[in-house]
Design a protein around this ligand. Structure first.
Ligand code: FAD
Length: 278
């Protein structure tokens, strides 16, 4: 059983809880991005076990509107073991997902994983004609180049502020600099790319800008937020926009919850604010 604070952010320790949550979201017109918690595996057997878990999950995801999706972490699928191991596991998942028309997101981890993650995304986006998406982080200085590189790749880009504590030579540091980078990247995504755009943030200023850009460029986008954070806002936005909620589940919830809090001081505020404000 999850303790009360954790069960606000995590759908349960098993896929049963995640599937029940996907149904509840569907009743509110919100789509699910289901993630089985796990990361930083050194043992190929662990990466294979999580791959199998995703394959079982694919058989259980209910038909919803908008359709349920999944999100996987590269280090969970064996990137720490080697790029080949990661690619083999990801390929298996995406192949089975494509057969059931299930969209697969690839989370982005720290900067040491960016190149390998983008290589995997580009190969699969071409092979499965847009059945996959990848996350890009506004805090990384390289991201404008990555947006240009992926501008016409047939897939989706999820733009986030970035959850990892990166060195200053590689990343903007501090809220204002990251916000400015996020705004700039949103404009580039709408103005200079043909990708599907996912605006993953709880920040109303970024959401408003995305809505404005959508009108200006006559383009749709989807909004994504985390389970347990600003859920009232998620339901309001879902009345007029496509909204997805990131739904983690699994026994590794302790690291999901506490790592975010430990990593950056802002994330402690973030977690506490989520509890107070939602
Ligand atoms: P913040 O700067 O944390 O908050 C901005 C503003 O939003 C606040 O000032 C406040 O006005 C408002 N706000 C935020 N939270 C609340 C609240 N609870 N109540 C009221 N107002 C609030 N990061 C990665 O590095 N890789 C990933 O793959 C990744 N995937 C993600 C997927 C999704 C769907 C989401 C939502 C986030 C993901 N992240 C990922 C995390 C992301 O990088 C940020 O760390 C996280 O979303 C916090 O940033 P923020 O944009 O919400 O803005």
């Amino acid at each position: 059983m999850l303790p009360p604070i954790a069960d606000r952010f995590v759908a349960g320790e098993s896929a049963d809880g995640a599937v029940a949550h996907v149904h509840a979201l569907d009743d509110a017109g919100i789509g699910a991005i289901v993630n089985h918690l796990g990361e930083h595996y050194d043992d190929p057997a662990d990466a294979r076990a999580d791959t199998e878990e995703y394959l079982r999950l694919l058989e259980r995801l209910p038909a919803t509107d908008p359709p349920a999706t999944m999100s996987v972490k590269p280090s969970q699928l064996g990137l720490g073991v080697g790029e080949d191991a990661f690619r083999d596991n990801l390929d298996r998942i995406v192949e089975v997902a494509a057969a059931t028309d299930t969209f697969v997101w690839i989370d982005m981890e720290d900067h040491t994983t960016t190149d390998a993650t983008l290589r995997a995304y580009e190969a699969l986006a071409d092979e499965y004609d847009g059945g996959v998406g990848v996350c890009l982080q506004a805090n990384l200085r390289r991201t404008p180049d990555d947006v240009a590189r992926l501008a016409d790749t047939p897939g989706r880009i999820r733009l986030v502020k970035g959850a990892y504590d990166e060195p200053a030579e590689l990343a903007h540091r501090g809220g204002a600099a990251v916000d400015e980078a996020y705004r700039d990247l949103l404009r580039r995504l709408f103005a200079e790319t043909s990708v599907g755009i996912a605006v993953a943030t709880h920040d109303d200023a970024m959401i408003d800008l995305a809505l404005e850009l959508g009108t200006r460029y006559d383009r749709d986008c989807e909004f994504q937020m985390l389970m347990g954070v600003r859920e009232r806002r998620q339901r309001e936005l879902a009345a007029t926009e496509t909204v997805y909620q990131y739904v983690p589940y699994g026994s590794a919830w302790v690291s999901y919850f506490y790592r975010r809090v430990r990593e950056r001081r802002e994330n402690l505020r973030f977690a506490l604010r989520a509890i107070v404000d939602s």
